[in-house]
Design a protein around this ligand. Structure first.
Ligand code: FAD
Ligand code: SF4
Ligand code: SF4
Length: 474
């Protein structure tokens, strides 16, 4: 260990930009065993590991790095798996520069962080290949059942822990495949779908029952589900797309980011997608303008490149330093030929029936707003026009109106529309109904959804045990 002085930081290689633009496969190579061991040995085994402190799961990072450096990969896998239900997924898509790696002490000393995410991915990918990943360790049956609404990372993590506690677990999702945004939001070039599907199959084999194509609010209301199960978890994520108020915004060819990404992911599964096949959600041969500067916008521009767009531009109202999206993904997009038009905002969309262009204003950064970020304001005299025959709106997501959709007006929400939960128990305003993930936090990260799933499972377990004890005593 402590080899960070003599051994330079080295991430696994990336495929050439021209090659990776031809398909939806992940862009990063895998470490070979010696490289993973060598990179792990750079860790200085801090007494207070800031990497772990800043990992939402508080993974035992220095310990599994040491085991990897020593060639004890199976033990590294077991330790890594003890705090996370999907380490290989987090290793792929966590914004490590803002979490574990961004807080690694050797990054601050100027030697470049330990490549924690890539090693984490390597450990569990190896475990899958070697057959070390064991079935879900189902606990003794308790005769109580849990209904989970939403099969995204929060719901799936909770399902796994609740099965281990011995509960019957039923997961309801309106989609035809489980995985939430792991399946239909995040593109394959960041997270190949077989990586998600093998996790879901493992849960199915562990007895988790999936009710797919089941939309709560349509197939059943919340009250009906409460009657079916001892307790419920709401983990439905946030899906109401933020809009743009601008003349012409209703024209054909102006589409929502998630519709666009879902269609592309479905094509990757081999599904028939009429709105893609008729060209509406296909960027092939088109001049594409994506509006937004977050991770969703980055995924859209890079999807458009892979679909063979004639040109891809990303319009964002702040500058590069103030964008919410990951710098790593922005750099990847630039390598793949995306042009960023910083400090720009759409004013109107041209085209009689179908969009033909975007009229935009130059922006400048003014005084900081309430959040402390410098607010963008129009820079007078800086109007310009861009040719566009596909415009993708990627301005973020807000919660849907769940009390109305679920027929449960008494379900408490915050002023932002997220579900209001008790900070100590994660229970909503309804007795025995818990909530976790983006529907509580607002749009966040996969690793936080997994953390919430882990925590809420423990709270639900405590609640059900107390209920069983009361029933026994009565
Ligand atoms: P979701 O993953 O949204 O899952 C919720 C599930 O609930 C869905 O399957 C939905 O179909 C289901 N559902 C909703 N309503 C109902 C209903 N009424 N009845 C039944 N089922 C219902 N995070 C990262 O960490 N790294 C990234 O690189 C990253 N990239 C992203 C890219 C995109 C395009 C987007 C949109 C998000 C990205 N995120 C990323 C954020 C991350 O995906 C989310 O924070 C995370 O998936 C939230 O998990 P969740 O389980 O709370 O919700
Ligand atoms: Fe880093 Fe995410 Fe893994 Fe935690 S879960 S160690 S933040 S990559
Ligand atoms: Fe190792 Fe960096 Fe974590 Fe310290 S902060 S334990 S050097 S990975």
């Amino acid at each position: 260990m402590l080899k960070f002085v003599g051994t330079a930081q080295a991430y696994p290689g990336k495929r050439e930009a021209e090659l990776r633009a031809e398909d939806f496969r992940e862009i990063a190579d895998r470490y070979a065993v010696p490289s993973a061991e060598e990179q792990s040995s750079r860790c200085s085994q801090c007494g207070v590991p800031y990497c772990s402190v800043h990992c939402p799961l508080h993974n035992h990072i220095p310990d599994w790095l040491r085991l990897t450096a020593e060639g004890r990969l199976r033990e590294a896998y077991q330790l890594s798996n003890s705090t996370s239900t999907m380490p290989e997924i987090c290793g792929r898509i966590c914004p490590q520069d803002r979490l574990c790696e961004g807080n690694c002490v050797i990054e601050f000393s100027g030697h470049g962080a330990v490549t924690i995410g890539s090693v984490e991915k390597f450990i569990t990918d190896t475990a899958w290949e070697e057959g070390w990943v064991e079935p879900v360790a189902v606990g003794p049956a308790r005769g109580q059942s849990v209904g989970i609404i939403g099969a995204g990372p929060a719901g799936l993590a909770a399902a796994e822990y609740l099965r281990e506690y011995g509960y019957d677990v039923h997961v309801y999702d309106r989609h035809d495949r489980a995985g939430g945004l792991l399946t239909y939001g995040i593109p394959g070039f960041k997270l190949e779908k077989h990586v998600v599907m093998r996790r879901i199959e493992r849960l199915e084999q562990g007895g988790v029952v999936f009710h797919l194509g089941f939309e709560v609010g349509r197939e059943a209301n919340l009250d009906e589900l409460r009657k079916r199960h001892t307790t419920l978890l709401i983990a439905t994520g946030v899906y109401k797309a933020r809009g743009i108020q601008a003349p012409g915004v209703g024209a054909k060819g102006i589409v929502e980011a998630l519709d666009y990404l879902t269609a592309s992911n479905r094509k990757g599964f081999g599904d028939a997608v009429p709105a893609f096949d008729d060209g509406s959600l296909d960027a092939n041969g088109k001049h594409v303008v994506v509006i937004g500067g977050g991770d969703t916008a980055m995924d859209c521009v890079r999807t458009a490149v892979r679909q063979g767009a004639a040109s891809v531009k990303c319009l964002y109202r702040r500058d590069r330093a103030n964008m919410p999206g990951s710098q790593r993904e922005t750099a990847n997009a630039e390598e793949e030929g995306v042009e960023f038009v910083w400090l720009s905002a759409p004013e109107a969309f041209d085209g009689v029936d179908t969009v033909t262009g975007v009229r935009a204003s130059r922006m400048r950064l003014g005084a900081p707003d309430a959040s402390g970020r410098r607010a963008p304001e129009v820079d007078p005299g800086g109007a310009f026009q861009l040719k566009a025959d596909l415009v993708v709106k990627a301005l973020g997501f807000e919660p849907e109106d769940l009390p109305r959709l679920f027929g449960a007006e008494e379900l408490g929400v915050t002023r932002w529309g997220t579900l209001r939960t008790d900070g100590r128990t994660m229970m909503t305003s309804l007795d025995g109904v818990f909530a976790a993930g983006d529907i509580v936090r607002g749009a966040s990260l996969v690793v936080w959804a997994i953390r919430d799933g882990r925590d809420v499972a423990a709270h639900m377990h405590a609640w059900m045990r107390a209920r069983a004890d009361t029933a026994r005593a009565a």
